[in-house]
Design a protein around this ligand. Structure first.
Ligand SMILES: CC(C)(COP(=O)(O)OP(=O)(O)OC[C@H]1O[C@@H](n2cnc3c(N)ncnc32)[C@H](O)[C@@H]1OP(=O)(O)O)[C@@H](O)C(=O)NCCC(=O)NCCS
Length: 213
């Protein structure tokens, strides 16, 4: 199977949102909001289009990774730009065949070339430790309110940047903050899909409350 990674362009927008909706539907909550997040990101000043890619197999889009600008801020208020991805997704029919890894690896290499000191995400460690992500706790990166959530993960791109004695607070783009009611309105553009409960939602609820000591 040949996986081709290329930049996302405007003609891909709908296909990527449909794919994103399929990949996230009922996974973390009944329904999902990630297709709306992708839509919002593209029109936001923190969008990083140069790091945003689709994965294709035989000309069909099967995966997507979308990046935004983020920041780490130290005790002296020095602010350094970092890169954050999310949503990242692969169509359920194409998962576990290396597509997600190809998207991460491709964008990771480019982010390093562009000089970002690191990629910082909020995600499930299961998906990212194998790609070299470490807990924020071990690299001195916490949330703005000083917490170390289990899902706060850092991939150091500039060697030694996070290993110093400096402590950083991580700030994501405001694009990820939106009203749930807006999601409902946006979702009405897509074919109806049944919202239901899945045990993965319980796991997610635990993950977002878990912190690293
Ligand atoms: C998370 C996600 C992006 C991963 O994409 P993916 O294409 O399935 O990822 P990969 O195939 O590279 O790796 C997934 C697993 O398949 C395994 N794998 C990769 N290629 C394989 C192959 N050819 N044969 C068998 N297994 C393979 C990997 O080792 C990995 O195993 P692990 O989960 O035990 O570590 C995808 O599952 C997804 O879209 N999930 C829903 C949305 C989501 O949760 N996004 C992330 C939010 S944190």
């Amino acid at each position: 199977m040949k996986i081709a990674i290329r930049s996302e362009n405007e003609a891909d927008h709908l296909a990527v949102e449909v794919l994103t909706r399929e990949a996230f539907w009922n996974l973390y909550r009944p329904g999902c909001d990630e297709h709306y997040t992708t839509h919002l990101i593209r029109g936001h000043e923190d969008f990083l289009p140069d790091l945003t890619f689709v994965a294709e197999v035989d000309g069909e889009i099967v995966g997507s990774i979308v990046y935004t600008r983020s920041w780490v801020i130290d005790e002296l208020d020095e602010r350094v730009e970092t890169a954050t991805f999310g949503p990242l997704c692969v169509h359920p029919a194409w998962q576990r065949r290396g597509v997600g890894s190809a998207l991460i690896g491709h964008s990771w290499a480019l982010a390093a070339e562009k000089g970002y000191p690191g990629i910082i995400i909020l995600g499930d460690p299961h998906n990212y430790c194998k790609h070299g992500f470490k807990t924020g706790k071990d690299l001195g990166v916490c949330t703005l309110d000083g917490k170390y959530p289990l899902g706060l993960l850092v991939l150091e791109l500039r060697q030694g940047f996070f290993a110093s004695s400096r402590r950083w607070k991580f700030q994501t783009s405001e694009v990820y903050e939106f009203d749930a009611a807006q999601v409902e309105v946006y979702d009405a553009r897509f074919p109806p899909k049944e919202k239901k409960h899945q045990y993965s939602q319980e796991l997610f609820a635990m993950l977002v409350r878990a912190v690293v000591e």
